[in-house]
Design a protein. Structure first.
Length: 280
């Protein structure tokens, strides 16, 4: 089950990872970077916001309260690596090392906190009747479909950017980011409706951590180089603000995100999209 928790967190970032990898192979570095930042913004503002407006979320998991500061630490690490305006191959290696350390930490934490409510919610979610060969078959089928659809997403996104006359970065921040965040939205809403708030929030936190480490390292390792200045001037600070908002909302005395707070998050996301519209 410990491995299952880690795989689920990584799995929610798999669409972003494939899109970033394919975009880097196609030379669209800004599209991959925009997808990372835009997905993290959408996960906090759109996914948690809409989920909290449907079902108020309360954190009971000790593990999640530990992971939120780690997410903030990873965010500052990513900023430090990108502060010079480039993503180098060495930056990619640093992110890879961070990913390995995070995986080790997650496994050790899950082993230590066996009575954590998050683990119990995870156990209740996983079907016990599916045999190994059937699970492997669906995994392979799903992976092939995901790879093919990621290829089409990149092609479509680049063509849309060219037709509209906007940058790959803006398309990555908007259309691609929202599209790749839809699995998180569905998973979080379903978890919240089942009264599994810890799983709903953990899905977003884990996805954002993997995005900044596993996904951001793709353009760094495959297509290192300079990226659009707007990333540091506009998009990364906004992502940091939403991450700080998540920290404030979930580590405060209430440990909860109600409908009003959820509405504020969604409104903030709408404001961000409007800002992109004005500048594009």
């Amino acid at each position: 089950m410990v491995i299952g928790l880690t795989i689920v967190s990584l799995g929610t970032s798999l669409p972003e990872m494939l899109v970033a990898m394919i975009a880097a192979l196609d030379g669209s570095r800004d599209l991959g970077i925009g997808n990372v930042l835009g997905s993290n913004i959408a996960n906090v503002a759109l996914v948690l916001g809409i989920t909290a407006m449907i079902v108020p979320l309360t954190i009971n998991s000790i593990t999640l309260r530990r992971e939120i500061p780690v997410l903030l630490l990873i965010t500052f690490l990513a900023f430090a690596l990108m502060a010079d305006g480039t993503l180098s191959f060495m930056d990619g290696l640093v992110l890879l090392a961070g990913l390995i350390l995070m995986l080790v930490w997650m496994v050790r934490t899950a082993l230590h906190d066996k009575r954590d409510p998050l683990l119990q919610e995870m156990i209740e979610t996983v079907p016990e009747s599916m045999p190994m060969n059937k699970a492997a078959m669906w995994f392979v089928i799903g992976l092939l479909v995901l790879i093919a659809s990621s290829r089409m997403v990149v092609w479509g996104a680049v063509e849309i950017a060219h037709i509209l006359g906007v940058s790959d970065l803006v398309i990555g921040l908007t259309i691609v980011a929202v599209g790749t965040s839809l699995p998180e939205l569905v998973a979080s809403i379903v978890s919240a409706v089942k009264n599994e708030a810890d799983l709903a929030i953990g899905n977003v936190i884990g996805s954002n951590m993997f995005n900044l480490l596993a996904v951001l390292m793709m353009p760094a390792l495959i297509e290192p180089g300079a990226f659009s200045p707007q990333v540091l001037l506009r998009d990364f600070p906004i992502m940091l603000l939403f991450t700080l908002a998540l920290v404030v909302l979930t580590i405060g005395k209430s440990h909860s995100i109600g409908r009003f707070k959820g509405g504020l998050l969604v409104s903030g996301f709408a404001g961000y999209l409007y800002l992109l519209y004005l500048q594009a």
